[in-house]
Design a protein around this ligand. Structure first.
Ligand code: NAD
Length: 262
């Protein structure tokens, strides 16, 4: 399938590992030019070098924290300076701690809002004017299955990510006239370092081994396995492509059928 993505400029946030990294590599494989970021310069540079070597892609790699509004704006401006515009923006960040409600703290609530909601506001606010100039744009937020179905002990994610869906639908409504399509993808249990962290905290809380936790997650999904980060990345690339040109304001789960609703 011809995706029509060659030479498109794609920002992928929080992309030194896991879902962000797989997404950056998938865009590079389609011939995109890339702007990637994460907090750790060394890890980010290693990913940038690999992508340049393997895909011959142009890569801008800047270390910063996505909860820093000024740093996000500077990064978007640097990408525009280097590549002449922005076509695609994938928002992403680390996940909040796994907790039940009474174990939460006010500071952690504020941190979860900054990390998993405000970071998406910062990126979308900075990129949309550039997309309007081209009358073409794709924004895709990486959130979670929690946007459709709350997960036990992930109360920060269950609550805060719903705001991202409200943002996505609002932006889709407001900027469709400018050729900007805005969608949300919700991963189910996908094999990354984040999932290892979750398995560890579940194991401590429940007394089950981490292996049992992983087996339980696999058994819950009709496909009876965890997702591969590349499977989420492929869905994002498709949403960003010319092949998904009449889809906006949607949440698409990449969860092996884990979501139990209709
Ligand atoms: P991960 O922890 O493996 O990777 C997160 C990436 O974000 C890393 O590159 C990290 O350096 C970067 N990052 C974290 N905080 C940052 C910050 N403040 N500023 C800049 N970069 C930052 O996680 P993942 O599994 O790739 O998940 C990505 C997102 O998807 C998370 O929000 C996670 O909660 C969510 N999610 C993951 C799964 C899963 O099963 N893996 C399921 C549902 C939702």
């Amino acid at each position: 399938m011809e995706m029509g993505l060659k030479n498109r400029v794609a920002i992928v946030a929080a992309s030194s590992q896991g879902l962000g990294r797989a997404t950056a590599e998938a865009f590079a494989a389609e011939g995109c030019r890339l702007a990637i970021c994460a907090r750790n310069q060394q890890a980010l540079n290693a990913v940038a070098e690999k992508i340049r070597g393997e895909y011959k892609a142009e890569v801008l790699a800047e270390p910063f924290d996505v909860t820093d509004a000024g740093a996000v704006r500077d990064f978007v401006n640097a990408a525009v300076q280097k590549f002449g515009g922005i076509d695609i923006c994938v928002t992403n960040a680390g996940g909040p701690p796994a907790k039940g409600f009474l174990a939460t703290t006010i500071d952690e609530w504020k941190r979860a809002v900054d990390l998993n909601f405000m970071s998406a506001v910062y990126f979308t606010h900075a990129v949309i004017p550039h997309m309007q100039k081209k009358r073409w744009g794709r924004i895709i937020t990486i959130t979670s299955i929690t946007t459709k179905q709350p997960v036990a002990d992930l109360v920060y994610s269950n609550a805060v990510r719903a705001a991202v869906v409200g943002l996505v639908k609002s932006l889709a409504n407001e900027f469709g006239k400018d050729g900007i399509l805005v969608n949300n993808v919700g991963p189910g249990y996908t094999a990354t370092d984040r999932l290892k962290e979750l398995a560890h905290s579940r194991s401590v809380a429940s007394g089950k081994t981490e292996k049992e936790i992983f087996e339980g997650w696999s058994a819950d999904a009709p496909l009876k396995r965890l997702g591969d980060p590349r499977e989420l990345a492929d869905a994002i690339v498709w949403l960003a492509s010319e092949r998904a040109s009449y889809i906006t304001g949607q949440t698409i789960l990449v969860d092996g059928g884990l979501y139990k609703g209709l």
